[in-house]
Design a protein around this ligand. Sequence first.
Ligand SMILES: [Zn+2]
Ligand SMILES: [Zn+2]
Length: 289
Amino acid sequence: MEIIKGAWSSLTGFWNWFLAQITAPSWDNYFYWLIGISVLVYTLEILNPWRKNQPRIRKDFFLDAFYMFFNYFFFYMIGFAAIAFAGEQLTLEISRKIGLGDLWFVHLNNLPIWAQLLIYFIIIDFTHYLVHRMLHKIPWLWSFHKVHHSVKEMGFAAHLRYHWMENVVYKSFSYFPLAIIGGFNLEFVFIVHIIQTTIGHLNHANIDINYGPLKYIFNNPAMHIWHHSKELPEGKSGVNFGISLSIWDYIFKTSHIPHTGRDIDLGFEQVDSYPKTFLGQLLEPFKNK
Ligand SMILES: [Zn+2]
Ligand SMILES: [Zn+2]
């Protein structure tokens, strides 16, 4: 009874919070940032498309738009809070057990704000690069990550087509590096989240854009499309794993752009028989095969 009461009050609490969020635009309101970034990148797609013949409302546009809000908003707020708390407790517990206690390896407090933010961003992005490689290498993780690779026609919203389990995997692993840096500002989490969303939207966008020499630092559409290529180099489980930064792929020799990827075939083997609906894709990894 107590559990039901608790669940109900957290649900109504969430609902009230949700209403307050969407009725009160502000600079620290992620809902409006997500809409703003999406409108901006979609406008660039319309003004300067890479694949000129791709419809503006491409295949699965609405499916991906739904994923976008489900993954980055609803799930983030409902499920993430609990998982985040549990993950944090676990990391603290482990670090105490192995004798680290509250001794942080890196103290950020004394550095200028921009340097703190940069270090935080680089550590998080490197962790995500490693997790992404695992998602391709380990079969049960790949079965979840397949949802993201089922995109057949690329556009900005494809960025957020992924199974919610990826949220759990990425967030859980992010705690370990964060456990070794002390004193970082909680606002960084929000700022970096906005930067990641913008870069991620651009990576998947149908925009004819060249980053020049910056392509060796930032992930970009010309590079990320090869990550979604149906055909991979012999013996590789994937290429171009970088999330916001491409630099890791160049350092660890996982980069691959043999020629322009504008019109390459996307997906994986048997992608044509993969479920096409939100619910079907959500359940697919849990099926016994
Ligand atoms: Zn991938
Ligand atoms: Zn992608």
